[in-house]
Design a protein around this ligand. Sequence first.
Ligand SMILES: [Zn+2]
Length: 56
Amino acid sequence: MICPICDKAFEKDESTHLPFCSKRCRWVDLSKWLGGEYVVPGRSATLPDDDVDDLH
Ligand SMILES: [Zn+2]
């Protein structure tokens, strides 16, 4: 099978999260439906890139 999220090929018998290849991809799909971005850690799109490091 091909995972609809990451396009990775995987064996159907190897995944317990069908039709996705992994738990992570299932959450990615779920987050799309919910319209949330909290599943992707490390992204701080709302923080300004400049001025943050000027405190030193
Ligand atoms: Zn996947």
